[in-house]
Design a protein around this ligand. Structure first.
Ligand code: GLV
Ligand code: MG
Length: 312
């Protein structure tokens, strides 16, 4: 697995906010979301998209975002808005913009195009080179076919998002408004796509983020979706409504029990190692180097989130 050069950022919840709706910005900035993205793409009416760039840049610059990662979703590289989104928002927001989400990525060239344009803009404005990171949305069947090359297209890449909404349309799937199958379907209709995305993301050491969940009136189903994504290795999920933030933050954080167990596991392994053994026993289970990697992930996540056994 390649080592990411990008900063480590929490991404348990990624809150979508239409960039045209500036009356919503203060609430998003003050929310507990790990990342907020001001959306210049599908949540923004086409007639509003150009004016929304200035609103987004102003909010990124002027609001108090606390520890929240500040992002925008630009329009796809095959639209007339793409270059203007990058140039106008980066020029207006400068270092207040940390991440750009690129939607509907189909090929590695799409990512290269955004990376190269960003490099030009950063240089023109005197911003730190490669200061702005990228997240890409895999939501086209062509994008999923090419995801192995897409994740290697830019060293700005920080995360790969599975976008079930557009993906289901691209695939021609017969689904309801929450992207669930209209018929009784054995298993998870998106299992292949979700697996492919998380494996590709982890193969280059970046985060995988799960799809939006439109049915914001069903918190239990959202929580279940978070838990299932976390089980597969996803580290976060989109929130399309503020009520989904806490659910995602909780689901994707290690529990106090997880942290305690990770600590005990490391201690048991180190003790065995000091005694010249490669494996140890813990609570009736064999513990070896693979378990140590799991424990390291839990500890790293807990540390990044500032959690301890007591307050996780
Ligand atoms: C997100 O953009 C999706 O289409 O699911
Ligand atoms: Mg989409």
């Amino acid at each position: 697995m390649a080592r990411p050069i990008r900063p480590l950022r929490p991404r348990r919840s990624e809150l979508a906010t239409p960039a045209s709706n500036d009356w919503m910005f203060a609430k998003s900035a003050a929310s507990a979301a790990d990342l907020v993205f001001l959306d210049l793409e599908d949540a923004c009416a086409p007639a509003e998209r150009e004016a929304a760039r200035g609103k987004a840049a102003k909010a990124l610059r002027e609001l108090d975002w606390g520890n929240t990662v500040r992002a925008i979703r630009m329009n796809g590289v095959d639209t007339r808005w793409a270059h203007g989104d990058v140039i106008d928002v980066v020029t207006g927001a400068r270092s207040a913009l940390e991440v750009i989400i690129v939607p509907k990525v189909r090929t590695a060239r799409d990512v290269w195009w955004v990376d190269t344009l960003l490099t030009q803009v950063e240089e023109t404005l005197g911003l730190p080179a490669k200061g702005i990171g990228l997240e890409v949305l895999i939501e086209e069947t062509e994008g999923l076919e090419n995801v192995g090359e897409i994740v290697r297209a830019s060293d700005r890449l920080e995360a790969v998002i599975f976008g079930a909404g557009d993906f289901s349309a691209s695939q021609g799937a017969r689904v309801d408004g929450n992207f669930d199958p209209l018929v009784d379907f054995p298993g998870d209709i998106w299992f292949y796509a979700r697996s492919r995305v998380v494996v590709a993301a982890r193969s280059v050491g970046v985060d995988a983020i799960d799809a939006p969940f439109p049915n914001y009136q069903d918190p239990d189903a959202y929580r279940t979706a978070c838990d299932r994504a976390a089980a597969m290795g996803y580290v976060g999920k989109w929130a399309i409504h503020p009520s989904q933030i806490d659910l995602a933050n909780d689901a994707f954080a290690p529990t106090p029990e997880d942290i305690t167990r990770a600590r005990r596991l490391v201690a048991a392994y180190r003790e065995a190692e000091a005694a010249g053994r490669g494996a140890a026993g813990l609570d009736g289970m064999l513990v070896d180097a693979a378990h140590l990697r799991h424990a390291a992930t839990v500890m790293r996540t807990a540390e990044m989130l500032g959690l301890t056994e007591e307050d996780a």
